[in-house]
Design a protein. Structure first.
Length: 193
């Protein structure tokens, strides 16, 4: 996407509409920590970010990134399967998260077999909606290139097309072409936001 903003940049810009200093945020796929770092900046030093990943290596990369940026003290790193999000966040976060994000797929430069799958992703997205504050938002990036990605992208599309009230899909942006489909970004918030 040379000369244009990437899908990630567009998504991250939208997050700032839902977060302010002191907000709480959730990154359900910490990966290399880029999204977690962005959230940590947006919530400020009074805020809190909960960053979940199933792999210790991802959390370690994220930890190092945050330490380097001087942001580690406002982030809780949580190791586990986000399909069990409710158990993982058993610390009063429900109804308080300003922005929850999922960047699905596998860890770039990591083990591609350890990737998100619809059977875990959809329950995790449902729980993420319950974690949101009334003026919060849910941001999801899906991929369409790797094994199983199309199936997951279709499941996420169905999820966003059948959101329970009061949530509605406020943004949807698909990249790539029919021959080479790229990532898709989805954003849910309450109507009127
Ligand atoms: C595309 S990467 C995330 C990129 C990241 N947000 C960033 O800014 O660098 C996807 C991540 O999801 C993680 N993951 C895969 N399945 C998971 C699961 N069931 N629960 C939690 N994390 C999972 C992978 O370990 C990987 O680190």
């Amino acid at each position: 996407m040379s000369g244009r903003r990437s899908l990630t940049e567009i998504a991250q810009e939208a997050w700032s509409r839902y977060l302010r200093p002191g907000s709480w945020a959730l990154d359900a796929t910490a990966g290399n920590g880029l999204d977690t770092e962005c959230l940590a900046r947006l919530v400020g030093k009074e805020g809190r970010v909960f960053a979940v990943d199933i792999q210790e290596i991802a959390l370690e990369i994220t930890r190092q990134r945050l330490l380097k940026a001087g942001l580690a003290d406002r982030v809780s790193l949580v190791r586990g399967d986000h399909g069990r999000l409710r158990e993982l966040l058993a610390c009063g976060t429900r109804g308080r998260i300003g922005l929850a994000c999922f960047n699905l797929g596998y860890l770039p430069n990591g083990d591609h077999a350890i990737r998100t799958r619809p059977s875990g992703t959809i329950p995790a997205l449902m729980e993420a909606l319950l974690q949101l504050a009334p003026d919060g938002a849910l941001s999801v990036v899906t991929y369409r290139g790797h094994d199983g990605a199309m199936e997951e992208a279709a499941a996420v599309e169905r999820f966003f097309n059948t959101l329970p009230r009061p949530w509605t899909c406020v943004e949807q942006l698909a990249t790539g072409s029919a021959e080479k489909p790229g990532p898709v970004w989805w954003l849910a918030a309450t109507e009127g936001d």
